[in-house]
Design a binder for this molecule. Structure first.
Ligand SMILES: [Ca+2]
Length: 264
């Protein structure tokens, strides 16, 4: 019986340790039954539209494209869409709308580090005035600007530092005329330099073409306090607790666990 008693006491002390580290756990101890607020962790890729602000060299706004056809993100089932026109994105490129509806492929850095971007912006007809592309960082501002008309232009960058959560936008607008503005641009982003030992095996490459996907692939993940707690349990204590152990220990109602735990 003594070993089991020891395990029980170990588990109990772990729960107490965790409870002291998370202020939001305290209400459960008082039976207030409040669900801790969730925080959002952005997905690596998002697909949207917006208009450029010439004064700042960045976007005035970013709006996710609402409809996925199976091959492309766009305004609705029909193209052009009644509201936002021709703007759409697919695995290899896309099409901008009128000057107010640039196509925006957004990548969000999952961690601090140094990255390098490679890729080519292509436009394959002499009709119209071609397209214009930018790479814009939410932290560092404009990283590059190019025009492509019936050609391909190299859009590689020098390596630069990014912070976790920093957004890198790949923006294409129509210049003045949206006629015949289909473009190709599937950039690749790669962390450079060696990873620290504790991050061995972490992903280093993101490719717009192979990463492209629909709603299930690009929906934001919700980083709940339970997820943080699970990380804490599995990495900081000698006796890993299951989430079920913790839920039962702090007395959460089942409805709360169903709403949060599947997102772990
Ligand atoms: Ca054009």
């Amino acid at each position: 019986m003594r070993p089991r008693y020891g395990l029980f006491m170990n588990a109990f002390s772990n729960v107490r340790l965790i409870a002291t580290r998370f202020a939001w756990v305290r209400p459960f101890s008082n039976n207030s039954r409040k669900v801790p607020p969730a925080t959002l962790e952005a997905p690596a890729w998002q697909y949207g539209y917006g208009s450029m602000d010439p004064s700042s060299g960045g976007l005035k706004s970013f709006t996710p494209l609402p409809h996925f056809t199976g091959n492309s993100w766009q305004g609705g089932k029909e193209l052009p869409d009644k509201s936002i026109g021709w703007v759409m994105l697919n695995a290899e490129g896309g099409h901008p709308g009128n000057p107010s509806y640039a196509a925006v492929r957004r990548w969000t850095a999952p961690r601090d580090g140094t990255i390098r971007i490679s890729g080519k912006l292509g436009h394959a007809t002499d009709v119209g005035d071609g397209v214009r592309g930018w790479i814009v960082s939410s932290k560092a501002g404009k990283l590059g600007e190019w025009v492509a008309k019936n050609t391909k232009v190299d859009t590689a960058t020098e390596k630069f530092d990014v912070k976790r959560g920093e957004q890198i936008d790949f923006i294409v607008d129509c210049r003045n005329d949206e006629n015949s503005d289909s473009f190709t641009w599937a950039p690749r982003l790669r962390y450079v330099g060696e990873l620290p030992k504790e991050m061995a095996g972490a992903r280093q490459d993101w490719e717009a073409k192979t990463d492209f996907g629909g709603p299930g692939d690009s929906a934001p993940q919700t980083l709940t306090p339970w997820r943080s707690m699970r990380r804490c349990c599995c990495s900081r204590t000698k006796f890993p607790l299951s989430i079920d152990d913790l839920v039962s220990s702090v007395g959460l109602p089942v409805s709360c666990t169903l709403r949060n735990v599947p997102l772990l």
